[in-house]
Design a protein around this ligand. Structure first.
Ligand code: NAD
Ligand code: UFG
Length: 337
């Protein structure tokens, strides 16, 4: 039996593939490589010292997806494939709704046809919108403020409806907070295609000399130092959370939601300071205006995942910064040669 990983050539997917292989799972990966990299798959194979099947296909291509299900004995699906830029989703909402929602519908239809009813889904803390309280619990109001977040919430609801219609489904909805860092080998990591939107990829490019300074978006937030506070989680901790969620969906039925974060919030200035101290790289920065749509603070209440999945993030912000820098230093151009 195999685990199908959609979007496995991407950032979180590649780290999860490695953890799955290391734990002895057989995996089959599909990705259209719109943002993922084939080289990431080669390196996962190299690190795990084992091979796995990779199909370069689009989720929207039902025929191709059917081939994957007919050629493999799929037990469960970990569904990462999706577009993830908040800004891009505001500019091209139809593209986001089509890819993230229709893609998931095609996947679920195909799963149902092949009798596969177990799924771990990549949702996002973005579904909470502007949290009324922190730490955010799973039962907090869901009010995403952009099309990207709405695609995540809509898919969550579709999966809940699916379970109501057929109680044999088993689904874990994982709401990630801010995944950063890289595998400690420095062989796989985050490789943004364009100018990075997210904090750590941008800091990495300042550290390697590709950009001269970081723009810190806003210094008048309601936080301990005025800069935005987030719950950064090491991508390997996050990947391990998927294995726990997978064990749960395989052994039960139902739909359950879990925050995957550390429960600790750090500000932008905390991250810069920590990065500088752990890597000995100077990160010049200036304060600029707030980025549209940004919030003061968001961090997770993680008790539910601790108790029900038996999972807890273990890596520190130092580990995250060191591993992010090692990846950047060893791969100045990401996966490109
Ligand atoms: P990523 O872009 O690195 O990985 C997503 C992968 O999906 C890419 O390899 C891309 O090529 C593939 N893909 C996209 N649409 C596809 C399609 N129609 N058919 C086949 N493949 C397709 O992103 P990531 O950071 O690894 O995120 C993985 C998932 O987690 C996404 O669903 C994302 O929305 C979600 N998420 C990410 C973050 C984050 O900060 N990275 C936070 C919360 C949630
Ligand atoms: N920031 C800067 N300068 C930058 C980039 C970011 O100051 O160049 C600040 C932001 O203002 C924010 C913090 O760094 O205060 C973190 O920003 P990110 O862009 O790294 O992360 P976000 O919390 O804004 O968003 C991320 C993902 C979303 C996801 C959300 C919750 O990009 O897709 O986490 O999971 F929904």
């Amino acid at each position: 039996m195999s685990i199908l990983v959609t979007g496995g050539a991407g950032y979180i997917g590649s780290h999860t593939c490695l953890e799955l292989l290391n734990a002895g799972y057989e995996i089959v990966v599909i990705d259209n490589l719109s943002n993922g990299k084939l080289e990431a798959m080669n390196r996962v194979s190299e690190l795990a010292k084992t091979d796995f099947k990779f199909y370069k296909i689009d989720l929207l291509n039902k025929k191709a997806l059917e081939t994957v299900f007919s050629e493999n004995n799929i037990e469960a699906v970990i569904h990462f494939a999706g577009l993830k830029s908040v800004n891009e989703s505001i500019e091209t909402p139809l593209h986001y709704y089509h890819n993230n929602i229709t893609g998931t519908l095609v996947l679920c239809q195909t799963m149902r046809e092949y009798g596969v009813k177990k799924m771990v889904f990549s949702s996002s803390a973005n579904v909470y919108g502007i949290p009324e309280n922190v730490p955010v619990t799973e039962d907090a109001p869901l009010k995403p403020t952009n099309p990207y977040g709405r695609t995540k919430l809509m898919v969550e609801e579709i999966l809940r409806d699916l379970y109501v219609s057929d109680n044999n489904w088993s689904v874990a909805l994982l709401r990630y907070f801010n995944p950063i860092g890289a595998h400690e080998s420095g062989r796989i990591g985050e490789d943004p295609n364009d100018i990075p939107n997210n904090l750590i990829p941008y800091i990495n490019q300042v550290a390697i000399g590709k950009r001269d300074k970081l723009n810190v978006f806003g210094k008048d937030y309601d936080t301990h130092d005025g800069t935005g506070v987030r719950d950064y989680i090491h991508v390997v901790d996050l990947a391990k959370g998927h294995l726990k969620a997978l064990e749960k969906v395989i052994s039960t039925t139902g739909v359950d939601t879990f925050n995957l974060g550390t429960g600790v919030g750090y500000s932008v200035l905390d991250v810069i300071k920590n990065y500088e101290n752990t890597t000995s790289q100077k990160i010049p920065y200036i304060f600029t205006h707030r980025r549209m749509g940004d919030i003061d603070k968001c961090y997770a209440e993680t008790t539910k995942a601790n108790k029900k999945l038996g999972w807890k993030a273990t890596k520190s912000l130092e580990d995250m910064c060191l591993d992010a820098w090692r990846w950047q230093k060893n791969n100045p151009n990401g996966y490109a040669k």
